[in-house]
Design a protein around this ligand. Structure first.
Ligand code: MSP
Length: 506
């Protein structure tokens, strides 16, 4: 087994059904997981659903079912969506599972025994949609600053987590590990927040019962975020399998939206420190996918279901669009028109066209048998540069740059064909030259299929088959597999329908 690599998505609230904002994070995590597998890593890729707390309790009440019934139903919707999008998560956690309850209780007891939890009275403003308290000075018009909905005043005897004691340790941690929050702008935001002073926060509730009871005082349930964040540890064996936990913890990447950065980059590392565990190696926060300039939400009625787009663009077209179109960091606007034009330009015209014409010419001019690539053809350096760029940009989760590097390589092969005009060479019976051009293009296609596999897995697998390569593309390993000239010659190609049929918008 290769090096352990652990990547997570947030666990999604089951008050909502999956939309393209959720899919965006999950597809990005999937691309990263698939990429690391190509390097032979032993990948754990976790996603799941967040099922406790007031928000879920109320959603269930509105629908006249128990919270568990509600969670069962909605959690399944997430599972189905990830299957549809060919997400290769190795685990799917639900916070209502017994394994999670047991792990959270062990963790809570540890933090309590270490003296970082104490009983106090809390009176404050609470937003149910955020499942978070706000200070009076953060609220101006009686509404939550995120959800713009009325905020509630609550008074409870709560246990408090002594976050204030972690200010210096957190600052030290982020000084020693500047890569631990990315991108840079988010790191600055986190540092600013920590430097502004950390307040202890309430980590239990008596007003609701839909949660995990505190092991030393069962009249309280754990605050939903305290319970939810711990899913990342439960899934790799905290409290049940020490060897497994030590193997995968600390996690390599938590991919999160910018709205939950504070929870992941301030509260969570402090909670882990309080239990004597290491903080995450990297919390990477991305921006929002906006529709018409607004965040998708149930109240705005602007949510787009992944399945609706998959029907038109296919799984690959869906995955490609969100990864290629939006930098993993800033906000980005979704538009159907730009999805169509990107699909047609990059997939149908550039990638699909290259595959189609090279395979068809190999059938026509070489009897379908693949000629060998030259040891030093002009596409060799283009392929090497593409590989280097893809490696670099995967390291910084710059998916649009990964996509551009692959597109440049495809473009170079298309340009090479235009320049060499193999159809003319064939007519003038310069067979050797035809073989040379097509050999190099076929080798380029093989490398493109590999580099694009994490983003568009189906087309890559299909192209691999059409190239007549009889090994399983998933078993290929970098860096060797990306070396120019590794592709077999003398295999039999299959040309077929276009990999990416052009889309017409009506
Ligand atoms: N349950 C918490 C996370 C707990 S993790 C221990 C939660 N769930 S959520 O379903 O509301 O959101 C999950 C993720 O989806 C967040 O990272 C959020 O930013 C992301 N997105 C929700 N809508 C989004 C967009 N419109 N665009 C991009 N991501 C968005 O928060």
């Amino acid at each position: 087994m290769g090096s352990p690599f652990y990547v997570t998505t947030p666990i999604y609230y089951v008050n909502d059904v999956p939309h393209i904002g959720h899919a965006y994070t999950t597809v990005a995590a999937d691309a990263l997981a698939r990429w690391r597998r190509l390097w032979g890593d032993d990948v754990v890729f976790l996603t799941g659903t967040d099922e406790h707390g007031l928000k879920i309790q109320r959603a269930a009440e509105e629908h006249g079912v128990t919270p568990k019934e509600w969670a069962d139903k909605t959690s399944e919707r997430f599972r189905e969506t990830w299957e549809l999008l060919e997400i290769t998560n190795t685990d799917f956690i639900r916070t209502t599972e017994p394994r999670h309850k047991m792990a959270v209780q062990k963790f809570l007891q540890r933090v309590y025994d270490n003296g970082f939890i104490e009983l106090n009275t809390y009176e404050g403003l609470y937003c149910v949609a955020c499942e978070a308290y706000y200070a009076d000075d953060e609220i101006s018009d009686g509404n939550c600053p995120v959800h713009k909905r009325p905020i509630e005043r609550v008074r409870e005897d709560n246990y408090f987590f002594k976050l204030s004691e972690f200010q210096n340790r957190l600052l030290q941690h982020y000084t020693d590990h500047p890569e631990a929050v990315q991108p840079e702008s988010r790191r600055n935001e986190v540092l600013g927040f920590i430097k502004g002073g950390l307040r202890d926060f309430s980590m239990s509730r008596t007003s609701i019962s839909w949660g995990i009871p505190l092991p030393w005082d069962e009249s309280h349930v754990a605050y939903v975020w305290f319970d939810a964040l711990f899913n990342y540890c439960t899934a790799v064996g905290y409290g049940t399998d020490e060897a497994q936990f030590n193997k995968y913890w600390p996690v390599n990447y938590h991919l999160v939206g910018k709205d939950i950065l504070r929870f992941h980059a301030v509260f969570w590392p402090a909670m882990l420190m309080a239990a004597g565990e290491a903080p995450p190696q990297c919390v990477f926060a991305h921006g929002f996918l906006l529709v018409g300039g607004e965040k998708m939400s149930k109240t705005a009625l602007n949510q787009i279901a992944p399945a609706d787009l998959v029907k038109q663009f296919g799984v690959d077209g869906f995955r490609y669009h969100f990864l290629a179109d939006q930098r993993f960091g800033p906000d980005g606007d979704f538009s159907f028109e730009s999805m169509v034009s990107r699909y047609n330009a990059d997939l149908a015209n550039n990638y699909g066209n290259l595959a189609q014409r090279v395979l068809a010419m190999t059938e026509r001019y070489c009897g379908g048998e693949t000629p060998a690539a030259r040891a030093d053809g002009p596409l060799k350096s283009a392929a090497e540069q593409a590989f280097i760029a893809v490696v670099e940009n995967f390291a910084s989760l710059d998916f649009p740059e990964v996509s551009s590097a692959i597109a440049r390589l495809i473009g170079a092969a298309n340009a090479y064909i235009e320049e060499q005009e193999p159809w003319k060479l064939y007519k003038s019976e310069e067979t050797e030259k035809v073989f040379t051009v097509l050999g190099d293009c076929l080798e380029t296609l093989r490398i493109v299929a590999l580099l694009a596999l994490p983003i568009i897995p189906n087309a890559s697998t299909e192209l691999w088959r059409r190239l007549g390569i009889d090994t399983d593309i998933d078993q290929e390993r970098f860096p060797e597999a990306a070396q120019w000239g590794r592709g077999p010659s003398g295999t039999q190609v299959i040309s077929g329908d276009p990999l990416f049929p052009r889309l017409e918008v009506s």
